[in-house]
Design a protein around this ligand. Structure first.
Ligand code: NAP
Length: 293
């Protein structure tokens, strides 16, 4: 069984981006600039945005964070989005989700300029994804595709089962794996909470992508011998043996699944670091779009 080391692969990607950014700066050009809007004080969102900032700095990009209180009005948040849309120094930005209940997320996402939408959530970019056109691909599925490519996982002609159909992971993942392109061309089954017999589906998978949001739900008896497993889930569960009092686990029960599969992404160190790497890749893409104009 091979561990697909997302951390190491993401480090390679970051080095490649850092080299590219250094060359741009040496040539007298400005650095790419990623911005983030964060509303409120959700711990997971804070951690994610802090990691984006840190990684931007690591590769030599400019990073800025716009923080707003939980009670910001929808109109004021839309004005903040418009400000970043019009700032010529910002190549791309994300609005960290979830947003407070009184704000319409769809409205905010639709207000982002599609050529700055490095999360790839704008309906225009999602539409391009469906049509197989060049676009910003949501960071987690984008990172997983890059991970499978760089880890030399054969996808063409394989049966890929995706558990989950969210807009940010499951649905784009299923679309990307079924695309007529190199490093895709899989036959895809997408499962969700209304799938009557999940195990009957997952045991057919050559490649199983778990984006279900339930800690260690995928057990060894749900997996075909020799399958490749991509674990998207991230959960903190109590662990009194750790100084922090918790450990991170995925949607896959690593202990029972890893002996059966041919390759697996660990949690932590699998999909998570690739999500950040993909966001940096999307920022470079936005930079090239803007500087080519
Ligand atoms: P989500 O929006 O909660 O979607 C979960 C999906 O799983 C839904 O489509 C749901 O079906 C399906 N589901 C729930 N219970 C099920 C069951 N018993 N059997 C089959 N399907 C079931 O979650 P998400 O945003 O896609 O995220 C999924 C996981 O990935 C979470 O653990 C999240 O923390 C993690 N994540 C990690 C990263 C990373 O960078 N590593 C990034 C994003 C997300 P319905 O549609 O029918 O409700």
């Amino acid at each position: 069984m091979k561990i697909i080391d997302g951390k190491a692969i993401s480090e390679t990607i970051k080095k490649e981006i850092a080299t590219e950014v250094a060359a741009l700066i040496d040539a007298g050009k400005r650095a790419p600039h990623m911005a983030a809007i964060i509303v409120g004080h959700d711990g997971a969102s804070e951690t994610y945005v802090a990691s984006k900032e840190k990684n931007c700095r690591l590769v030599g990009m400019t990073s800025s964070v716009y923080r707003y209180e939980e009670n910001i009005s929808e109109a004021d948040l839309l004005a903040a989005v418009e400000f970043l849309n019009n700032d010529p120094d910002v190549d791309g930005f994300i609005v960290q989700l979830p947003l407070p209940k009184h704000i319409d997320e769809n409205k905010v996402i639709a207000a982002i300029r599609p050529d700055k939408d490095i999360d790839g959530f704008h309906p225009c970019n999602m539409g391009k994804l469906v049509l197989g056109q060049d676009t910003f691909i949501p960071a987690t599925p984008c990172g997983i595709m890059e991970l499978l490519k760089r880890a030399d996982v054969e996808t063409a002609g394989k049966h890929c089962v995706v558990i989950g159909r969210s807009h940010i992971v499951g649905t784009p993942m299923a679309l990307l794996m079924s695309r007529n392109s190199s490093h895709a061309n899989a036959t895809v089954t997408m499962c969700h909470s209304k799938t009557p017999d999940l195990k009957a589906m997952t045991t057919q998978a050559d490649i199983l992508i778990a984006a279900v949001g339930k800690p260690e739900m995928v057990k060894g008896d749900m997996v075909k011998e020799g399958a490749v497993i991509v674990d998207v889930g991230v959960h903190r569960i109590p662990d009194p043996t750790k100084a922090s009092g918790f450990k991170l686990v995925g949607d896959v029960d690593f202990a029972s699944v890893s002996p059966k599969c041919s390759a697996i992404t660990p949690v932590p160190g699998g999909v998570g670091p690739m999500t950040i790497a993909a966001l940096l890749m999307n920022t470079m893409k936005a930079y090239h779009i803007h500087t080519a104009k």
